[in-house]
Write a protein that binds this ligand. Structure first.
Ligand code: BGC
Length: 509
């Protein structure tokens, strides 16, 4: 296996020059701001839904229940509408990512990113000025459309402009900014609940205007990817863009390679149908299942509901929001490991290590809650501290593995002809499972109690085994050579490629 990996890395195709130019860095950072918006939306809802003012205005029933002394600890926040406030964003993102994949292919990655920023701005305005639940939910739907467009376009955008040996580093920037967004939201929530008596939630929701305006302005100056330009027949422009991002004139090899893969891609009339061809199964299965698994780690239970969870354990409102600052900073800092580790250790090592770490942490959290948190008591201080530490260990494990690599791997494994369609499956699957976790968690916590953490732990075990046996290494392989150098060499997936089927490709010829 190791020998196989090494021979893959040496490869025999072209290798993109390793030069990382200022253009590529700046464009990647600007685009990754869509990740910051995504992160902000993830991080803000948990804090806002634990604010009394907000609950009184939009969810009075939850407010009353929360303050009933005899209410079951595990069930205080169980309310479908409250969960819908959090999860509606992901519903919209699922639908939006479908349109975004077409937009990406037809009109380019750049325009798709610009549209994302416009949706974000509309969503922020509606949320900040909301006078009823309807406006609030509509605001979340627009934000969701922004997430759908942003998450569809940005990882692809970055993977296509990055030199292959720096693709991991640049792509993880997207995840890094997601975590910064979450952390930033945690800080804003903490400050606004502590210092702004009334309408703190409006401030929390409104601050998102800053990154969305930055994204809107920044997206005016980013380059379109050479691949997207050439794919749309703009070869001259594509060549110019390639020279610009590589910072040199001699880009012939890479240009010819892109040209070849776009020519192949153009023969495909129906990328979505092609995606179900046998030779696309490996990428489709791996790209999609990684997203399912990413959500089944239970990460968003922490991201959305940590303040609620900590209050459930008996911490005060401010202490709970403060605890999310701790998990938020652990999340961002640990992502830095993946920024460098993805191209150094490779994807598999990080994914396997992350799974082991998360499994252990979830086991301990489940065990402590089972032992100490009963229906109406308060958990002892030392046990609350251990839970907090273990949640940090869990977040750390996720942040340098499944968080960033779920997006990275899905954006780099498809050949051009099925790339946007395949990535659509990844984004929408992520959103579907985020939606399910967001919508179901509070009710599941109420019925399953601490056992819910054991359930997540068992998912983590399965996903670790999946990587060990079925996920090939993609580190350092040029994005347009994945089929030849990765999939066709894997012990299992190579069976999906046979010449007969290649000849039957759904093409105009
Ligand atoms: C996931 C999000 C998650 C975030 C946490 C992302 O990769 O897609 O669902 O909330 O990581 O950092």
């Amino acid at each position: 296996m190791v020998a196989q990996m090494m021979s893959l890395e040496k490869g025999n195709g072209y290798d993109v020059p390793a030069k990382l130019t200022g253009q590529v860095i700046i464009c990647s950072i600007i685009a990754a701001f869509a990740g910051l918006m995504f992160g902000y939306d993830i991080g803000i809802s948990g804090g806002v839904t634990s604010m009394d003012e907000f609950l009184k205005k939009f969810f009075p029933a939850v407010y009353v229940k929360k303050h009933m002394v005899h209410e079951d600890n595990y069930c205080k926040y169980d309310n479908q509408k409250l969960q819908l406030f959090t999860s509606s964003l992901y519903l919209a993102a699922i639908v939006a990512s479908f349109f975004a994949s077409h937009c990406c292919k037809r009109y380019g990655r750049k325009l798709t990113i610009q549209l994302a920023s416009i949706f974000f701005i509309i969503g922020v305005v509606l949320n900040t000025t909301a006078v009823n639940l309807m406006m609030l939910i509509f605001g979340r739907l627009f934000l969701g459309a922004g997430v759908g467009f942003g998450n569809q376009a940005v990882p692809l955008f970055i993977s296509e402009i990055a030199p292959s040996n720096k693709r991991g580093l640049l792509n993880v920037l997207f995840q890094f900014l997601i975590t910064i967004g979450i952390f930033f939201a945690n800080i804003v929530n903490y400050l606004s609940s502590k210092y702004i008596r009334s309408n703190g939630w409006r401030v929390s929701l409104g601050v998102a205007a800053i990154p969305s305006i930055f994204l809107a302005l920044g997206s005016l100056i980013i380059v379109e990817t050479p691949t997207s330009l050439i794919e749309r027949g703009k070869n001259e422009e594509g060549l110019r863009a390639l020279k610009k991002i590589r910072g040199m004139e001699n880009v012939e090899k890479e240009y010819n390679h892109i040209l070849r893969s776009t020519e192949m891609a153009k023969k495909i009339k129906t990328p979505f149908r092609n995606l179900f061809k046998r030779s696309s199964w490996p990428q489709l299965l791996c790209g999609t299942i990684l997203q399912v698994f990413q959500q089944l780690t239970g990460i968003n239970v922490v991201m959305f509901y940590a303040p609620v969870l900590f209050q459930t354990m008996g911490l005060g409102a401010n202490a709970s929001l403060l605890s999310t600052l701790i998990t938020g900073s652990v999340n961002s800092l640990s992502t830095v490991v993946a920024i460098f580790g993805a191209d150094y250790f490779g994807r598999r090592v990080l994914l396997i290590e992350g799974a082991i770490q998360m499994l252990a942490a979830q086991g301990v959290v489940g065990g402590i809650l089972a032992a100490y948190l009963k229906a109406t008591n308060m958990i002892p201080k030392f046990a609350a501290v251990i839970v907090l530490v273990m949640i940090c260990v869990f977040v750390m494990g996720f942040a340098w593995s499944w968080g960033p690599l779920g997006w990275l791997v899905a954006s780099e494994i498809y050949p051009l002809e099925t790339r946007t369609a395949g990535f659509f499956f990844a984004v929408s699957t992520n959103m579907i499972f985020t939606f399910i976790v967001a919508q179901a968690f509070l009710s599941m916590l109420c019925t399953m109690k601490s056992a819910i953490f054991f359930m997540f732990a068992s998912f983590v075990l399965v996903m670790g085994l999946f990587v060990v046996f079925l996920l090939p290494e993609t580190k350092g392989i040029p994005i347009d050579e994945m089929n030849e150098r990765v999939w066709k060499k894997h012990w299992l997936w190579k069976r999906c490629f046979d010449e007969k089927e290649d000849a039957n490709t759904d093409s105009v010829n």
